[in-house]
Design a protein around this ligand. Sequence first.
Ligand code: AMP
Length: 616
Amino acid sequence: MSSEAATPASPRLVVGIDLGTTNSLAAIRAGKGARVLRDADGEPLIPSVVCFHPDGRTLVGREAKAERLTHPDRTVFSIKRLIGRSVHELGDEPKRLPYPIVAGERDLPRVRVGERQWSPEEISALILQRVKQTAEQALGQPVQHAVVTVPAWFDDAQRQATKDAAALAGLDCLRILNEPTAAALAYGIDGSKDGTALVYDLGGGTFDVSILRIDDGVFRVLSTSGDTHLGGDDFDELLGQRILAALPRVAGKAGALEDPYVLQAVRKAAESLKIKLSSAERADLQLDLGARGAVTLTVTRAEFEAAIAPLVQRTLDCVQRAVKDAGLRLEQIDDVVLVGGSTRVPMVRARLRGMLGKEPHTGVDPDLAVALGASIQADVLAGNDRSLLPLDVIPLSLGIETLGGAVQKLILRNSTIPTSVTEEFSTGVDNQTAVDLNVFQGERELAKDCRRLGHFKLRGIPPLPAGLPRIAVTFLVDADGVLRVTAREQRTGAEASIQIVPSFGLTRDEVRRMMLDSIENAQADYVAREAIDVRNKAEAMVRGTQKALALAELPPDQTYAVQKAVKALGKLLAANADAAALKQGCDDLTKVTATIADDVISAAVAKALREEQQGS
Ligand code: AMP
């Protein structure tokens, strides 16, 4: 044995990274425990903020956050809301952000700073670079490999864009992991026991709830729900309104409302009141705004709770929905896991406890849980622990458009990834040598109601009668949720494929809307789909029967009867008759052909034999 072979390979270092909307951080697992990696000041959280300072410096993290008021148009935050999506898909998101967002190539958003435009991936990469540096300083060695977390509802494009950001930051992202799965892992739900977990994640500006099923050590996300604009910032806003209302009018209240420095001071004061109220029954505020006046205020927890009750109720409505979508009842949830700083609000915990009838787990710092869990998964991928295999699901069904504008779904919503499905298709017209493949996402039956993800053409199909070429279409979604669609003509081996590029992201609200649409329109969709199916069937029957008639030599009376039924069906097709009439036409034709099917076949066989003999 050579000396190299005898040396044990040094274990690979893989960190877990929580790339958050507000804050990001890294963690590592060492032995049985996991720990977050802190900067020189002992701070684990890196604000997900980048400032392109006019003096040419690029600031990241706390220094960048400090510039939000002085350089609002050059300080980029909440970039996670933009990554992997097109401008069109962002809706009114850009209006909520103070920095300029423009449409770049392929309608992808770009942040404009002076002359330069930045992609969300580049900005996320700057944040990830800072996380990487912090981790390297804390560990005293280079970090190259990572597991990066994303919301469970992130689609293919958003996951791919996050991976691209990691690559730009010089990180090899070994796995994209769902945030709720990471949180469950952090709470010791390690797959050793089967069950269900509800992950309730209430941060500063976003709310997510996910239902996980753990079976034989495998984690699956059964459903997700939430609100992309609901969180602790809204609680602050409500307290801020109370503070502003208490500002003396003489100081010019209208002016104060417009002054960003006053608003910032009020927001800060509101947040600190809120945080005090998490551990005390009442909190006092003394805020001195100089020329703007001063406020002295006492807020009780009961007052605060009355103010935020409707917001907390909204989160509970999402919990209900997620549990229902998962096909479960509330009492079937085994574990309740809390993530996000706002789950420290006692009322949030109490209401959840009341609703689910069990105590939520609180043993892990809710700001650190996702990164800690990611580090556990990182450890598995580093080869140190092979006992866990968290899996993810697809948020919306994926399929291709078929004849007449229907969508044939190949991968169903909530399928576990990675996954691959192959189905065979054929041509709709004789001698067709190319087919267009349109890839769709959504729950509706018709292509026009779904979202087109992309399209490509398969050429090189041998010219054959319609229905004979065999085209295998494969949908493959890899472990990171990236979709590749391949079409292959089985006889010639001609092949074409497409990978879905990052301009097709969907917001969670859109995913939810598409789901609701599909439920609301289920009946109408069924009817429309049936109409297309019956039309396709009628067309195929007319074509097929005409061919069989030409081939078979039937007695004239039978030929006449069949021709009459074919003609009648053809007329119905030409007149765009409704599904019921077409169905009747198909049935009539079937009745006529059924009685002579055997004759047709034997006549066709006889004719083929005769031709062969003549040819030889
Ligand atoms: P995250 O986005 O998970 O970092 O959560 C940040 C949110 O948690 C902010 O709105 C904070 O004000 C809020 N938060 C942090 N600590 C507390 C606390 N002790 N009580 C209430 N809210 C808190």
